[in-house]
Design a protein around this ligand. Sequence first.
Ligand code: ZN
Length: 265
Amino acid sequence: MTVHLRWSGDTESLEGNVEAVVATLRRARSVFALTGAGVSVESGVPDFRSAVGLWARYDPFEYATLSNFLASPAKSWEMFRELAAAIEGITPNPAHRALAELESCGRLAAIVTQNIDGLHQAAGSRRVLEIHGEGTRLHCLHCGHFEPFQSAHRRPGPVPACPRCRAALKPNVVLFEEPVRHLEAVSALVRRSDVVLVAGTSARVAPASQIPSEVVARGGSILEFNLEITDLTREGLGSQGALVEGPVGRTLPWIVDRFARGAQP
Ligand code: ZN
């Protein structure tokens, strides 16, 4: 049976169902989280795929492919500077902190995130697999040098160059034509986990799209925290699954607080 909870501010009426979600977390052998843009929206990071997002203004196949970057780094850097501006000065919100707390309670093995904003680590999460890379560092594809992505790099001007070999630096994000990262570690998590906590993503984009269904196919369940029903919900969340509908900055702390309270002696 799938439990369906909707955040309304009046949480008293949902008591029984809250317990069912907490019980799934408590009984699970191993839990990991899969997160996406919805987790960072409340920190002010726009969803790049939304109508006003980056991809609506910069055709990714013109600006965000590896071959375009190699052929014309200056053009790709127009988009990189906007991407950097979108995540400059942002701070974690209660959804990031709730997941960090779940890890520190020993209940979350890892976070697999599609986000590149570094906010899970900023909130204190330690095991974070950034499958689309990290927007907080620059990388030299030529010699392997890394450095922080700083305000100075964001100002219009020449393409930032590697201090060691002078090649064009690239944000350490996964561009189109580049492989998604940490897939082996993600498969190991899927194999040993019986619950995946999906937050702020409808998981429509591969490979994230295969992760929750794989957990269910192996007999596990999905605890879904999203603003509304998604294809994940419609395709089935598993025998102990639940949808917690509402803003993840409210719903995640709600459930994690309850879990943490019950976990104390
Ligand atoms: Zn270099």
